[in-house]
Structure formats: C-alpha cells, structure tokens
Ligand binder design. Structure first.
Ligand code: ADP
Ligand code: ZN
Length: 430
C-alpha cells in the first residue's frame, strides 16, 4: 500500500494536530525562500509565532502575481540540483508560473492521485487512457504516475487525432479516460460521426476547467460512462487536490495535505462553511516549493454536511475563477452559466464562443453557438425562431440581453486542452 488509508478518515482532533505539526514545518521550510523571509519581517512575524492553526490567519496571502515576479525559480526552497522535474501552469490568465518537484514531491503527488483513483474504484484490471497534454501541463505526467501507482494499465494517449483516440479506446478495451470535459464532448461527437459506440468505457475523469451538472449528464449519456470531477492546480502539485467520491456531491479535499480557507476575495475576510468565496490553500506536503495561504482565484465553498463515505470534508464544485467572471453592464456572468443554458436547449449544439465589446460606452455580449444538426433546416424562419428562443432563455437566466448568432454545426473551434471561449475586446476599445 502506497499511503496510509486511515488518513482519509482522520477524526477532527487527530487531523488538527497533524495539520499543526505540518504547518509549523512548512513555516520553517518557507524561510529558505527570500520572498517569505521578507514577508515575515514586513509583517513583524516570527516563524515561532505560529503556534496554533488560528495563527495561520496572521500570515499574509501569497498571490499568483508574487509567483510571476519570482519567475522562474524564485520560489524554490531547495537548490535546483534537488529538483528532478519542473512543470508550469497553462498560463490561462497571464505569464505561466513554474513549479519544481523533488523526488519526494513526485512520490507524494502520485500518492494523492492514486488515492483519488482508488476512491472511485479504479485499480488493477482497468485500462486507463490519459488524453491530456503530456508537456509542461501537470495533468499528463501527473495522472500518468498516479494511475501507474494505483495499478492501472496506462495508455499515454496525449491529445489530438481524435479518430485514433477512439480506435485506441476500442482496440485496448479502455475502461477509464481522463481529459478535459470539453475534449470528452468532442470525442463523443467524433464517435457519433464514425457511428461507433465506446462500450468498454465505464469511468470518465474530467477536470482542468469548470463544467456543470448538465454537462455531466450529457457526457454520461453520450459516452455511456460515470463522470467524476477532478480538481487541482499546478502550484499545488497539479491534479489530485480534490476529487469526487462515488456520491458525486462535492469534491473531497485532502486536509492532511492541504489546509483550505475560503475568503471574501474583496476584503480578505475568512468565511465560514457554506459561504462561497475564493479558495486559499496552504499545502502541507510540498518540499521544493512550499507556500503559505496561496490565493487560488478559484471560487467554491466548504460544505458543511459530511459524506456517507466517511472521508474528509468536501468543497463544492467550482463555478469558475474570480478572473473568469465577466461584468456586463454591471451584471456578473460566468461562461459556465452560458454553457449550462445552451446544453439544455436541443436546438443548439454544445460549442459556443462569447465576444464582449463596448459600443457607445455600453457593454455588448454576442454569443455564437452552433445549431444542432437535426434543427438545421436552412429555412430562414426556423433560424429566426430558434435565435429568438435562445436569446430569450439566456436573457431569463443571465438577466441580460445578448445577441445570439447561430452558426453551422462543426464550424466553431474544438479544444483539446483548456477551452478559451471568451474573447473580451473591451480593453482595446476603451
Ligand atoms: P492555469 O491557472 O494557467 O489554468 P493550471 O493548469 O494549473 O494553470 O490550471 C489550474 C486551474 O484550472 C485551477 O486554478 C482552476 O481554475 C482550473 N480547474 C482545474 N480543475 C478544475 C475543475 N475540476 N473545475 C473547475 N476548474 C478547474
Ligand atoms: Zn464521499
């Protein structure tokens, strides 16, 4: 056994003493990083002053911007010679940040991932296709190592050549697949075009971007599998930070390895359970790149109710990140809400793009969406009717008027990795 399973179900007192011990070690470890030494000095804080878990709140936050300023190796607490691998964030919101791993880090990380896979019943006998990018992106090599550790037979498929991916699923009898939810939908679409069903598939692990319950139903129906949500970020090793158990009601977050706080992103105030805000994480198990109170930018809440599986606390599924949110004429809109509306309408497909412009000092949002093939009659009055319906449902849900542009099935871009569906052109015009 590669990890002590009892950690998953530690009681509150045992967990608190474990966390405090690890936190104190982490506070010592970060002193090797000049950024943290300066931070502690500026805050008039000595490392020994962290004596209880509540003392964590005395420590200033670490932001993505801080890591960017330390690019590439400014946040290493060990010499580069002890780093056996580096990864980087996808750079969704700006310059990528670099993450280093010692040999111990790679073991700890793959243990966490193996723990998640085992939780959903995967192990020896499963054939696992890892259909994400194998480069600097943590999802590829990360899941790969964890799956090998849990005893799965790994097919390192990477992304691209979707027909070949489908053939591999068929030829190798793949039982579990890992990719972004968007790419999974594309695999379903291509399989339908090829007229094949993927009968061996039973489990889908989807993550790296937000996806809704509607999307879950769509993926489960079209691919004939059970879909699980997987959350992680490069700065916290990568995937493996939080994962759904078979209850599929929130993601278990591994408190033995990460201390989680939820804050009001505007004031920094720490919020209670069931209050939604930005997740701040202090990893307790990182050697090369320890961090304190890292602001993830991701929005969720700690769930109050336990789980019948008896494992650690859960966070709610992530709706997006603080910087995904579009403010259109004062109204907050997340791209995930748009996706949810469109998925529920049979007249349109699941691919869309959002364009935001500013005209005459007013924000305008245009949503381009593909028609579904069955409704694509080519008759103008049909198009006008569907356009009106889509616009109406979007207006009711988002409380915002948008322009809907219907386009031909298959004409919008498909994404193999993280989707980039929003093009905000306001900055250029103001
Ligand atoms: P980048 O921050 O540049 O995208 P990463 O590749 O490290 O780099 O991606 C981590 C981010 O991806 C998370 O902070 C989160 O915003 C998003 N993410 C990862 N998994 C999920 C998930 N299951 N649901 C929603 N968002 C997710
Ligand atoms: Zn559970």
């Amino acid at each position: 056994m590669f990890w002590n399973k009892s950690v998953e179900t530690m009681g509150p007192a045992e967990l608190a003493s474990h966390q405090l011990k690890k936190l104190k070690e982490t506070v010592q470890q970060v002193q090797k990083i000049p950024f943290y030494r300066t931070r502690f000095e500026e805050a008039g804080l000595r490392p020994e002053a962290i004596r209880s878990l509540d003392d964590l709140q005395k420590i200033p936050f670490t932001r993505k911007q801080d890591l960017r300023e330390g690019y590439p190796f400014g946040f290493l607490a060990v010499p580069l010679s002890k780093v056996v691998r580096i990864h980087a964030t996808s750079g969704t919101t700006g310059k990528p940040t670099v993450v280093g791993y010692t040999r111990n880090d790679l073991e700890t990380w793959s243990d966490l991932i193996a723990r998640n896979l085992t939780m959903i019943g995967l192990g020896e006998g499963d054939v696992f296709q890892n259909s994400v990018n194998y480069g600097l992106f943590t999802g590829g090599l990360g899941l790969h190592a964890g799956a090998e550790k849990a005893g799965l037979t790994v097919v390192p498929a990477g992304t691209g050549n979707t027909r070949r991916q489908i053939e591999m699923i068929q030829d190798f009898g793949v039982t579990a697949i890992h990719c972004t939810p968007g790419y999974a939908l594309h695999i379903a679409e291509v399989a339908e075009e090829m007229g094949v069903t993927l009968d061996s598939l039973r489990t889908g692990i989807f993550g790296a971007e937000p996806w809704s319950e509607t999307m879950r139903r769509e993926l489960e129906n079209r691919l004939g599998l059970s879909a699980f949500d997987s959350y992680g970020m490069s700065e916290l090793f990568g995937p493996g930070v939080a994962f759904e158990c078979p209850e599929k009601d929130g993601l278990h977050i591994w408190h033995d390895s990460y201390i989680v706080e939820i804050i009001d992103p505007n004031t920094g105030e720490v919020l209670g359970p069931e209050e939604r805000g930005e997740m701040v994480v202090t990893p307790l198990v990182k050697e090369a790149m320890p961090m304190l109170r890292y602001r993830t930018g991701d929005i969720t809440m700690l769930m109050d109710n336990g789980c019948i599986c008896g494992r650690m606390q859960k966070i709610a599924r992530l709706t997006g990140r603080t910087d995904d949110m579009l403010i259109i004429r004062g109204i907050n809109v997340f791209p995930s809400q748009i996706e949810d509306v469109l998925l529920k309408l049979p007249e349109v497909g699941d691919q869309f793009m959002v364009y935001v412009d500013r005209k005459n000092h007013l924000d305008e949002m245009t949503i381009e969406v593909e028609m579904s093939r069955e409704f694509f009659s080519g008759e103008l009055q049909d198009l006008a009717r569907i356009q009106k319906k889509v616009g109406g449902v979007l207006r009711d849900t988002l409380e915002l008027r948008t322009t809907v542009r219907l386009v031909e099935p298959g004409s919008l871009p498909r994404f193999e990795g993280k989707a980039k569906r929003v093009i905000d052109r306001r900055g250029a015009l103001v």
